[in-house]
Ligand binder design. Structure first.
Ligand code: SRM
Ligand code: SF4
Length: 573
């Protein structure tokens, strides 16, 4: 079948497609009635249809789920509030921007900054009436939230690797170029939030996306081996940097990764991306645009659960997809080149880049930055931002790098870290340093169980177990999410937990240590007692029988606890 004979949902009448397609088409390039909703003082919410459109502007309408029952009892509307997400390609910001974001967190949000698994910031708890000042304050920091969410390309990730300074700078630059190239062109964002000049929506245009944008969200990331911190195989489109003689030669290109699944729906599954070739740095933009437009045209616009690129690949075939990309490019991708990943975590503490500057990777538990009674993390980072002349880098594991510190400045940063009691990552257990959790309750509307608020205490209990088995120094990648959507990429963890119901989780085992292999379901819908008992047994076995340097994820497969995924690049359970 040639490309043109295939089903193109984008050409079908809107009434045959998912209702969101009509919504986008009729939104006048993402305007909808957001402005009217903003002006309505009676409710803290937006109209239902607009809540789909506001995602493209970078925010989600949520309500505080801790207060739901009480508000219902009092016959009040839910405690509506917004979660705002920044578009921050490469995860880099300046100390001046940090200070402005810190100020926004205190002034308009819940007093916290949340570093995400895609290297950006989220604010929680912003009220509708504070949205416009918040957006304007973000703009004043020379940042924005456009396309941080919605059916478009999201924040483009880039390896946070502190060692390879020149490569890192080049890759961050490219991630920013790709992000800008694929950003929506509608003026709606500027009109609504920044009082920009009004244009006739009839004259607005989206040269890459068209009026119905993409069928679903789209994610791009750049990895720099040997570190796979961005989990490149989980991206819709991944670029793997290939260096030759210390210079960037180009990128291997991989497509079709994704984590999201729905329990008991075998049509949905996590999937690892396929390598489809190699391109040179100056070809990256064209490749990104070609992959995005093939997905725009051939992605599923009927069933949003099957609308990610990974399903287009499953349905149409990887070879066909690559051929269609090459047809649009007018040239062929070169064969993929050799590379090797070693791990997908962060390396904590001080590291010196190839240009002699210093970088300090700080452990931020689950990405949450606030002042706790016994840990003034936000204040400490604010003081560091006041003194720091380099930049901050957010890592894909929700941590923070105080980056580009000159030799002479290092002592001052260290003194500030000590003065504010910032936790030394070396004093955290190997288990905790390699763990991450998604946000989940109380803000995430899709959470079925706790995650960010629960994982720290589970880790404390697991620490006692690993210590007993003599495994205290063993890094084991643990990731938890409050539902199967997979926001902390749990299906790539050596031990993954996904929420099923309050206090109940599915347990997955056997992910590859450098993000190269999906894990497999091990336990279904179990509570803490069972989790601890099972992991006690497995970790004891691992301590006795592991081979030298054998990661836990490899051991559970060799020992037969879960099968290796050999056929295909995804699992169904
Ligand atoms: Fe996510 C939805 C939080 C990274 C897969 N994600 C959500 C929402 C917006 C819930 C919603 O739709 O109402 C969550 C908001 C919670 C809150 O209160 O803040 C949410 N996702 C997050 C973050 C903040 C998790 C974190 O703890 O850091 C991450 C923000 C990333 C960013 O900066 O852009 C986040 N989400 C991810 C990732 C990881 C990644 O991209 O590397 C994934 C898996 C990869 C993937 O996309 O396949 C992910 N989020 C999802 C999905 C499932 C998508 C799917 O294909 O099925 C949803 C639900 C949906 O889209 O319908 C979702
Ligand atoms: Fe919410 Fe689920 Fe994502 Fe966690 S994994 S933030 S519970 S959507």
């Amino acid at each position: 079948m040639s490309g043109n004979d295939r089903r193109r949902d984008i050409d079908r009448p809107l009434d045959e497609l998912h209702p969101n397609e009509r919504l986008k088409a009729n939104s006048r390039f993402l305007r909808g009635t957001i402005e009217q909703g903003l002006a309505d003082p009676i409710t803290g919410a937006f109209a239902e249809a607009d809540t789909q459109l506001t995602k493209f502007h970078g925010f989600y309408q949520q309500d505080d789920r801790d207060l739901r029952d009480e508000r219902r009892r009092q016959k009040l509307e839910p405690a509506y509030q917004m979660m705002l997400r920044l578009r921050l390609p490469g995860g880099v910001c300046t100390p001046e921007q940090w200070l402005k974001l810190d100020d926004i967190a205190g002034r308009y949000a819940d007093g916290s900054l949340r570093l995400t698994t895609r290297q950006t910031f989220q604010f929680h708890g912003v009220l509708k009436r504070d949205l416009k000042p918040t957006m304007r304050a973000i703009n004043a920091a020379l940042l924005d939230t456009i396309a941080a969410c919605g059916d478009v390309n999201r924040t483009v990730m880039a390896a946070a690797n502190p060692h390879e300074s020149a490569l890192h700078a080049e890759v961050v630059r490219l991630s920013q170029e790709v992000s800008d190239h694929l950003a929506p062109r509608t003026r709606a964002y500027y009109e609504i939030w920044l009082d920009g000049e009004r244009v006739d929506p009839g004259r607005d245009e989206e040269p890459i996306y068209g009026p119905t944008y993409l069928p679903r969200k789209f994610k791009i990331g750049f990895a720099v081996p040997p570190v796979n911190d961005i989990d490149v195989y989980s991206q819709d489109l991944g670029f793997i940097a290939i260096a030759e003689d210390g210079e960037l030669a180009g990128f291997n290109v991989c497509i079709g990764g994704g984590m999201g699944r729905t329990d008991n729906d075998p049509n949905t599954f996590p999937r690892l991306a396929d390598l489809i070739g190699f391109c040179r740095p100056e070809q990256v933009l064209a490749v990104a645009e070609a992959v995005v437009t093939v997905q725009r045209d051939y992605g599923n616009r009927v069933d949003r659960k099957r609308a990610r690129l990974k399903y287009t690949l499953e349905d149409q075939g990887v070879d066909w997809f690559r051929a269609e990309v090459e047809r649009r490019l007018g040239w062929q991708l070169a064969p993929a080149r050799a590379y090797r990943f070693e791990h997908n975590g962060d390396r904590y503490g001080w590291a010196q880049g190839s240009d002699g500057r210093w970088h300090y990777t700080l452990f931020i538990e689950n990405g949450r930055i606030r002042d706790w009674d016994d840990y003034p993390l936000r204040s400490g980072l604010r003081e560091i931002a006041r003194a720091h002349a380099g930049e901050f880098r957010l890592t894909p594991n929700q941590n923070l790098i105080i980056a580009n510190v000159e030799d002479g400045e290092r002592a001052r940063i260290e003194q500030l870290m000590r003065a504010h009691g910032l936790k030394d990552p070396a004093r955290q257990s190997a288990l905790r340093r390699n763990a991450m959790a998604c946000v989940a309750l109380p803000t995430c509307g899709l959470a079925m169980a706790e995650s960010e608020r629960y994982l720290p205490s589970l880790i404390t209990k697991l620490e006692a177990i690993v210590e007993r088995h003599g495994l205290a120094e063993q890094p084991i990648v643990i990731r938890m999410t409050g539902c199967p959507n997979g926001c902390a990429r749990p299906y790539l963890a050596e031990i993954g937990f996904t929420g099923r119901a309050p206090g109940k989780y599915n347990v997955y085992l056997g992910g590859g240590f450098h993000g190269q292999r999906l894990n497999k379901p091990y336990l279904d819908n179990v509570g803490e007692e069972r989790i601890l008992a099972e992991l006690d047994k497995l970790l004891g076995h691992y301590a006795r029988d592991r081979q030298p340097d054998e990661p836990f994820g490899d051991f559970v497969i060799r020992a037969g606890y879960v099968p290796e995924v050999t056929a295909g690049r995804h699992f169904n359970d």
